[in-house]
Structure formats: structure tokens, C-alpha cells
Design a protein around this ligand. Structure first.
Ligand SMILES: NC(=O)c1ccc[n+]([C@@H]2O[C@H](COP(=O)([O-])OP(=O)(O)OC[C@H]3O[C@@H](n4cnc5c(N)ncnc54)[C@H](OP(=O)(O)O)[C@@H]3O)[C@@H](O)[C@H]2O)c1
Length: 262
């Protein structure tokens, strides 16, 4: 049975992908840790749209999670035609004062789980000469972001990894695309204890998902959601990275580094 697998689909952008795709008649397999929430969403989607909406409740940072998810989807007879690697979180603060376990977990989720799932689900897509993988990166992946350093670096990885795979897999009819949202109204900020950047317009998850589906149709390697995010990201490419880091760092330093730290 043809299915779209969406990680991090218990809330925010992932949940919105699930709702939008189910409304288009696609079967979905939802993955996140919050079992009750996933069960509620699946019941709703099945009832409202008559699709097969299933879930696997799991922590994708646990050892062997990717293998277990791949086996589970095969056991259920699902053909994953689209994989949306969306689960992710961030953190904010002076790197040396952040919790190391959390930083490493972020790398496990934002990078390791994404690579693991891509590695497992891509070969069957290539064999079928059909399929798509959307990896959720961020506008933070285009440049270093001091005081969100690990997060921005994980998203730089996702962006580079996805564009590389976009080119490798074009001859096989499989599209790999990085989706780069800017500030989006979700649980992301609360989950990571992150301050919303001032003076940045935010988007709704619906707008972000709309952008992703447009990018998919056009066969894009990566797509930035929102015009102002696009213009800001593109204009920053002309500025030395060090200068961007200095500007962002200067704005955030008073909040995260005290004179007494020096
Ligand atoms: N919101 C923004 O401004 C923004 C901007 C750019 C990029 N993004 C990216 O967009 C993606 C989705 O985030 P969001 O904004 O929609 O935030 P969100 O509402 O907090 O969603 C994060 C999702 O990831 C799941 N998740 C977290 N840890 C997990 C784990 N260990 N194992 C499995 N699932 C896990 C969460 O579910 P459970 O807690 O139930 O596990 C939730 O479904 C992330 O990759 C984020 O980096 C967000």
C-alpha cells in the first residue's frame, strides 16, 4: 500500500503535512514520541478522509530506531513513496553552558535519524524509479547562527546532504529536496526554550507545507519558504559569513553572555 511516512508528525509542520496529504487522499504513516496525540490524529484523518492513517510511536534518537521503523513499515506492507524527515528540535544559548546530552541528542535526531531513514527508504524508491524525500532544513542552515550554533550546523548538514542526494538520484526518478522554513508558528520555540527572533515575520505551518508541495512539483533541490525569508537568505550570501556571525552574535550576546563570564 502506497504511503507517505512523516516523522515529527504529532505537531507543527509534520502534523500539517499529514493533514494536507491525507486530505489529498494519501495514506500516511506518522512517527513521533507522543502516542496519544498520534492516535487522535490518525483516527481523525481516517474518519474525515477515508485514508489509511497509521502511526508508530517511537523516539528516533534511540539506538536502532531507523531499522525498527523500516522493518515495521515492511511488516505492515507499506510502500513508502514519500519520506518526510521532519522531526527536529533546537536549542539556544552560550554553547558551553548548554546541556551536552541535549546537544548530542539534537545531532542524533536532526542528522543521524534523517541519514539513517534516507539510507533505508531510498533504495526501494530507486528500484521503483519513483519517490520523493523531503528533508526539513531551515533558513538557519545557510549561515552560522551564534548562540544557536549546534542547531544551525545541523541544518547546514541537512541542506548540503539533500542537495547532494538531489543530484545523485535525479537519474532514478527520485526527488530529494530540502525544505527551508524561516520562523514558523509551531511548538518549536517552546520545545527548545528558544526566543523568537524579533523583527522576523513568521509563517503558518500551512504556508510552509504549501511551499514544500510546490517545490516538489517543480523538482527543486531546495526551497525557502516565504518571500522575505528568500530575500534575506539570498542577500546574506553576498556578505562574508564572519560578518553575519558578528552581527547576530552582537545582538544575542547581551542575553547569553554576561560580563562576569569573561
Ligand atoms: N518552527 C520553526 O520556526 C522552524 C523553522 C525552521 C525549521 N524548522 C524545523 O521544522 C521541523 C518541525 O518542527 P516544528 O516547527 O513543526 O516543531 P514542533 O511542533 O516542535 O515539531 C517537532 C516534531 O518532532 C517530534 N520529535 C521531537 N523529538 C523527537 C524524537 N526524539 N523522536 C521522534 N520525534 C520527535 C515532535 O513530536 P514528539 O514530541 O511527540 O516526539 C514533533 O512532532 C524541525 O526539523 C525544525 O527544526 C522549524
Amino acid at each position: 500500500m502506497k504511503t507517505t511516512l512523516i516523522t515529527g508528525s504529532s505537531s507543527g509542520i509534520g502534523e500539517t503535512f499529514a493533514r494536507r496529504l491525507a486530505a489529498q487522499g494519501e495514506n500516511v504513516l506518522l512517527v513521533a514520541r507522543s502516542e496519544e496525540r498520534l492516535a487522535t490524529i490518525c483516527n481523525e484523518l481516517g474518519r474525515e478522509h477515508g485514508v489509511q492513517a497509521q502511526y508508530v510511536a517511537m523516539d528516533l534518537t534511540t539506538e536502532g530506531a531507523g531499522a525498527r521503523l523500516f522493518e515495521e513499515s515492511a511488516k505492515r506492507g507499506l510502500e513508502v513513496e514519500t519520506l518526510i524527515n521532519n522531526a527536529g528540535f533546537g536549542s539556544m544559548g552560550d554553547f558551553v553552558k548548554l546541556d551536552l546530552e541535549t546537544e548530542l541528542k539534537m545531532i542524533d535526531l536532526n542528522i543521524k535519524a534523517l541519514v539513517d531513514l534516507t539510507y533505508r527508504f531510498l533504495p526501494p524508491m530507486r528500484e521503483r524509479r519513483r519517490g520523493a524525500i523531503i528533508n526539513v532544513a531551515s533558513t538557519a542552515g545557510f549561515q552560522p547562527v551564534p548562540f544557536m550554533t549546534t542547531y544551525a550546523a545541523t541544518k547546514a548538514f541537512v541542506l548540503s546532504f539533500s542537495i547532494g542526494l538531489w543530484e545523485e538520484n535525479r537519474p532514478f526518478g527520485v526527488l530529494v529536496m530540502a525544505l527551508c522554513p524561516g520562523v514558523t508558528e509551531t511548538n518549536f520555540f517552546e520545545a527548545g526554550h528558544i526566543d523568537k527572533p524579533p523583527m522576523r515575520t513568521s509563517q503558518t505551518p500551512d504556508e510552509v507545507v504549501e511551499t514544500a508541495l510546490r517545490g516538489l512539483k517543480r523538482g527543486k533541490s531546495h526551497i525557502i519558504s516565504g518571500w522575505s525569508n528568500y530575500l534575506l537568505t539570498e542577500s546574506e550570501r553576498l556578505v562574508p559569513r564572519r560578518l553575519i556571525a558578528r552581527v547576530v552574535g552582537s545582538a544575542l550576546r547581551p542575553r547569553y553572555q554576561k560580563d562576569s563570564d569573561k
